[in-house]
Design a protein around this ligand. Structure first.
Ligand SMILES: Nc1ncnc2c1ncn2[C@@H]1O[C@H](COP(=O)(O)OP(=O)(O)OP(=O)(O)O)[C@@H](O)[C@H]1O
Ligand SMILES: [Mg+2]
Length: 244
């Protein structure tokens, strides 16, 4: 597994500065959550790391390789977009094996890899189902299995819990953390929900107006929020705590 370094990355859309000299370091095997309000630049940051958007300034390293100008298909990053992006006309097996097929893996290797992924995400026996015949939590697991199929050095998740009801959420968070631990894949996960962020992240980066304004372990941020903005963003967590 590899680390991720983002150095002074800026991205403009016309006059909008979506990313303002973002610095971020994710250690190999770590699960980092980026948390911040709508429009603060979270998806833009993921897309720049993925290679779907070019930064205007700064650089991105995976391990010690500078990938800033590397095309998206060479970066070997697993990406799960906000709506999971499953192919509706393909079944579970075909969805998971898609990237392997495109890369020309031999049939028996694809079979083996898909079988082991189905086991890891706990979806054995559902190979033939289409996405619409699955629950939200199962769909998410297919999307994760697909993103992990090519053994990526980095996994990017955009709001993985946004389409999931509160009842299923606990299960889905457990799945996600379990899968991340089992595969050891370095992961960057984006959410606007503080409660989810603090449940998921080994590390949390608080983003506001195109900048990372604080990062650290969840308990460090709770203990010592750096300023009033951080305090305001994490206020829902304090409220939850005070209930107990
Ligand atoms: N393709 C684009 N063209 C123009 N402006 C854009 C584009 N994509 C994003 N922006 C702007 O850049 C800023 C950051 O957007 P981004 O989608 O990264 O926010 P976000 O934190 O993911 O928000 P949300 O939580 O609502 O998904 C916003 O002001 C947005 O309007
Ligand atoms: Mg977004």
């Amino acid at each position: 597994m590899k680390s991720l370094s983002v150095w002074k990355v800026s991205k403009y859309f016309g006059n909008v500065k979506a990313l303002d000299e973002v610095d971020l370091f994710v250690k190999s095997g770590e699960l980092m959550v980026i948390m911040g309000p709508s429009g603060c630049g979270k998806t833009t940051l993921l897309l720049v790391v993925l290679g779907a958007l070019r930064p205007d300034k700064g650089s991105i390293l995976i391990g010690d390789e500078d990938v800033t100008n590397m095309p998206i298909e060479k970066r070997n990053i697993g990406y799960v977009p906000q709506d999971f992006g499953l192919f509706p006309h393909l079944n579970v097996y075909e969805n998971i094996s898609f990237g392997l097929k495109v890369r020309g893996y031999p049939r028996n290797e694809i079979d083996e890899r898909v079988k082991s992924l189905l086991e890891i995400v706990g979806l054995e026996g559902l190979e033939k189902r289409r996405p619409k015949e699955l629950s939200g939590g199962q769909r998410q697991r297919v999307a994760l299995a697909r993103a992990l199929a090519t053994k990526p050095s980095l996994l990017l998740l955009d709001e993985p819990l946004s389409n999931i009801d509160e009842m299923t959420k606990t299960e889905v968070i457990a799945n996600l953390k379990n899968l991340q631990r089992k595969t050891g894949v370095t992961t960057l996960c984006v959410t606007h929900n503080p409660e989810d962020a603090f449940k998921i992240g080994d590390q949390i980066a608080i983003m506001y107006s195109g900048r990372i304004i604080q990062f650290g372990k969840p308990e460090e941020i709770l203990r010592e929020p750096r300023n009033e903005i951080v305090k305001k963003i994490i206020a829902p967590i304090y409220m939850l705590w005070n209930k107990h």
